[in-house]
Write a protein that binds this ligand. Structure first.
Ligand code: GDG
Length: 477
């Protein structure tokens, strides 16, 4: 049988290690899709070189081919650290004040997108479905169209799409909006994100709604739909049940004794609300002094984007807050907050989630937040823990049976912790069952399949829309 090819493009490419299971989020998500399709995965190798090759390095791994390009150090600085992570990331997370726009960075962002497009164009075949991932690559479809690629091209935006008045604060934002209709399908995490992007297109570019999710922008038609990303539910359930142990697990279990565990797991990023969360935990201990010595909060926060100055500032803030709280509230034999910045295996994470009575997931803004879903999946059905979830995480649109909180309100978060620690077994059970059902409905393999199905269907829609818009043009003339 002839298998259609799926071409995936993302900033970084996860080339699998022989014998090892797929590692991170996107790799797991695409694993299932690449079983059903021949695959090509294209992106940055993660390496910097003085004179990167014009053509990508191709690595064959069975049904999937990986094609990776090196970047120059200037590319990395302007495209990745600069425009993507210092201008776009904060704006998309509603942090206008942190967004550092520079024309040079923006030019670098466009330059890398253009060079990716020209390297990729040679590899795309007429029947391929093209799927672009995330904010590093928004202009890619436009660059591909400019060199004659007419395949269906979809884009999935993993992070929030902010309200028009926030997005509009970014210099060049209208230019970025103009490239959106070069995609046939734009997937976002929540209905809120979809609505924000559609409103920006209508307000800034005069786009016209054909249907709620379908917009005509000039001569192009784009579908904007929320397709919330899921996790490998079964994988997390299995991993959480394993009985082998590691040093961290043994130490955590021994250190806990009869104390209850509260867990937070986040990349060290200001969008995740880590210092604010520590302060909410402090508030909880101050308001409920009988709980001192009875709970431990473990925060795992692998360092990320350390070359971006705002992340170094955050790291200092977290350490300061941590030191202050542990210093003022700790007792001999009890440290309130345990904080680690190393990366642990998914297997260890799953076991820690299961050990924890409370999953504390309180980002200031988050596209989805997979940790919230992983925490739920890993729970012991005989004694499930409680998820406390920020109303500003995309996951809150689905996981309405979590204890939903405003992360800016430390008293509210503190009281949610108290509620979670004392929640009856019946209530915990009912909330967990309801959330697990939702997780199964948006399992990661279903997510990828749903996006691909909509993208494949967009070809017919596109052909029809071209015909109708051509007719309209000639009628107008
Ligand atoms: C972006 C969006 C959206 C964390 N520490 C370790 C580790 N992790 C894993 C978690 C989880 C993943 O990293 C983090 O995913 P999140 O969704 O929580 O957040 P972002 O990294 O910001 O991801 C986000 C996501 O894209 C997907 O669309 O949900 O909103 O910002 O899977 O488990 N994994 C391992 N060791 C660690 O120490 N192995």
């Amino acid at each position: 049988m002839h298998l259609r090819r799926l071409v995936v493009i993302s900033n970084r490419v996860a080339i699998p290690d022989a014998g090892k299971a797929a590692a991170g989020g996107l790799a797991v998500a695409l694993h299932a899709a690449f079983q059903a399709y021949q695959g090509l995965w294209f992106g940055w190798s993660g390496k910097v070189s003085a004179h990167p090759a014009v053509h990508p390095k191709i690595i064959d791994k069975g049904q999937v081919q990986y094609a990776v390009m090196d970047l120059t150090s200037l590319d990395r600085q302007e495209y990745y650290n600069g425009f993507a992570n210092r201008a776009l990331w904060p704006i998309m997370h509603y942090r206008i004040g942190l967004s550092e726009f520079s024309r040079a960075d923006y030019a670098g962002y466009l330059r890398v997108n253009r060079s990716f497009a020209s390297a990729l164009a040679h590899l795309i075949q007429p029947d391929d479905l093209v799927w672009v991932h995330d904010y590093h690559l928004i202009p890619l479809a436009s660059e591909l169209r400019a060199i004659g690629i007419t395949n269906p091209i979809g884009y999935f935006h993993h992070i929030p799409w902010p309200a028009p008045e926030v997005f509009g604060a970014l210099p060049g934002s209208t230019e970025l909006l103009r490239v959106i209709p070069d995609y046939d399908l734009v997937g976002v995490q929540t209905e809120r994100d979809a609505d924000n992007l559609r409103r920006s297109l209508v307000q800034e570019l005069g786009a016209a709604h054909r249907r709620v999710d379908l917009l005509d922008v000039g001569s192009r038609r784009v579908r904007i739909k929320n397709i919330p990303i899921g996790i490998d539910v079964n994988g997390f359930q299995q991993a959480a049940q394993r009985s082998d142990s590691t040093r961290l697990l043994k130490q955590t279990i021994a250190g806990l004794g009869s104390r209850k565990l509260i867990i937070g797991v986040d990349r060290l990023d200001y969008s995740k609300g880590i210092p604010e969360r520590m302060e909410a935990f402090e508030r909880f201990l101050v308001s409920h002094p009988d709980q001192r010595g009875r709970v431990t909060y473990l925060q795992i926060a692998p360092t990320s984007r350390s070359e971006v100055p705002e992340y170094a500032t955050l790291s200092r803030d977290v350490n300061e807050t941590l030191g202050r709280i542990n210093g003022s509230l700790g007792e001999p034999g009890w440290v309130p907050i345990h904080y680690v910045t190393s990366t642990y295996s998914r297997a260890v994470l799953a076991r820690l989630y299961r050990l924890a009575r409370v999953g504390l997931v309180t980002p200031m803004r988050d596209g989805m937040n997979l940790v919230a879903k992983e925490y739920v999946a890993a729970q012991d059905p005989r004694d499930p823990g409680v998820l406390i979830l920020s109303k500003f995480a995309g996951a809150a649109e689905e996981l309405t049976d979590a204890l939903i909180v405003n992360p800016n309100d430390k008293v509210e978060v503190a009281e949610a912790i108290q509620h979670a620690l004392h929640m009856s077994r019946e209530e915990r059970d009912a909330r967990w069952q309801a959330m697990l059902k939702i997780l199964w409905n948006s399992d990661v393999s279903r997510w990828a399949a749903a996006f691909i199905k909509d993208l494949a269907a967009s070809k017919a829609t596109r052909a029809r829309s071209r015909m109708m818009l051509a007719k309209k043009d000639s009628a107008d003339r």
